[in-house]
Design a protein around this ligand. Sequence first.
Ligand code: C2E
Ligand code: MG
Ligand code: MG
Length: 561
Amino acid sequence: MLDQVEELFKIVLSNIEHGVIMCGEDNAVIQANPAFEKITGYANDELIGKDISILTPDNAKASIALSLRESLNSGKPWQGKVMILGRDRAERELHLSIFAPPEQAGAQRSYAMILRPPIVDMPEDAGECLPSDQHDTLTKLPNRFLFKDRAEQSILSAARADKSVAVLIFGLDRFSIINDGLGHSFGNELLKDVAGRLQDCIRHVDTVARIDGDRFAMALQIAEVDDGVIVSEKVLKSINLPFIINNQEVSATASIGISLYPTDGENMDELSAYAESAMHHAKKSGGNQYMFFANQMNIRAKERIEIENNLRRAIQNEEFLLYYQPKVNAETQKIVGMEALIRWQDPEKGIISPGIFIPVAEESGLIGPIGLWCLKEACRQNKYWQDMGLQPVRVSVNVSAHQFKDANFLDNLKIAINESGLTTEYLELELTESLLVDNVEDTIVKLQQIRDLGCELSIDDFGTGYSSLSYLTRFPITVLKIDRAFVHDIEDNESTAEIARAIIGLSQGLKLKVIAEGAETKEHVDFLREHGCSTIQGYYYSKPLPAKVFEDLLKIGSINP
Ligand code: C2E
Ligand code: MG
Ligand code: MG
């Protein structure tokens, strides 16, 4: 009997529309039902054993973890709307319930989560349609099942006619406020009126559907992108006109996300997810607007163009600075070197870090003049400090792959050295592994020419590249720099510690120097030193500092944190 009930339970779980997932106390997934797979796009075996937080967008992790803890602590279910990150990386707003059993001494505390699309509370007779029905009983519009079917038909005929389809997902802004404040039946009347207005905005060949709650969708056959814009404008205008419900005037706005077949995606699953993600973007940006999925990329492209233009001005106006971060001998605490790290002092935005503008500089070719400036400035500053009588130390300068590959690189390097008068043993170039993978023979020749000048050559971020280790013996490099990813959790992650130990061992075997970056704590430093890496750079000793501040540090010559 019990077996039968259990079996029945399994059948129910496999057939319900709600996504159900079970997790262990450590938040690792134990089991998910088929609906859960369908909702998130993950197959069961991709989820099992994974931390449940892979389903949460970064900005929602903290609040979901809190709700989970609340439910576990109280033993009571928790329910609410959350954003869930699907396998396609698109975010969807879903209704989540967490069920945790009451605490029992010594027992493992697993818990269950149930996911479903948020639905509006509706009168009994106006409930959500069953999958077998094709229309939403409240608005009489096609439901999401029929919508998918019709949209797929549109795509097929567009493909035959070499046309496009725009998929629009439309959500009312702040609908829950109206629904909660004025009552569900008021909310339902509003949804019916909205449905009517949406129908008036489209041609009879196109489809408008209510997919759930306050969300509607449209699939439009279009000849060009502008057609999607025209309909969206029309929809926004029509929704902005006041609604009169039960003699009461109410205003509403909507957010619309648009994806396009075939440019954004080839099938409805992709296109819906993209349109949905664009809609959330439109909502987050204030609502009452439409956004293309691809437009997110346009916006990013626009930002990049802005950075690029500003960078050109920055080069003209010399808006760059070098900060210096000490490299310290952990046995003696002496400063044995320094890394020059670029900063951009934008007159309006203040200090901008290289992570933001170096990639743009690389793509636009502006890294050439910027990189040359860094080389010249680092050599000049180092020589200046030596001329002041401070202890001579080596300065290392980061060289990007684009810069290194430039035919003028070696000449530029010589210019920087000659103009400054710095002895080359006090200059080190930090290169990344990616630079060593193509054009191996040419690269070896170039590296040897740099070595012949007398400069040191280090491999930055070592261990993060994908290249084979065999290259290490072929390239005339002198230093391996352990990436900070292998330092930050060295004390409590055995595999990280193992990689750090292996890199140190490798450097000893190949008679290379080794340095670790990103050491932030005494434990990091102790571990590295005990395992044979005593040259260390990181916040534990000092953050990168403006030249004037670094100068005072260099005068002292050592750091006792
Ligand atoms: P990188 O060469 O690996 O530089 C180390 C980065 O780690 C620096 O970031 C530094 O501030 C940071 N860092 C140092 N110690 C710690 C620590 O203890 N903890 C943590 N969390 N971070 C630490 P920064 O200055 O933002 O530079 C980022 C990257 O930008 C550099 O990585 C380098 O690849 C690039 N870069 C910086 N300056 C230049 C430059 O002049 N030319 C080129 N081509 N690239 C540069
Ligand atoms: Mg570096
Ligand atoms: Mg690095």
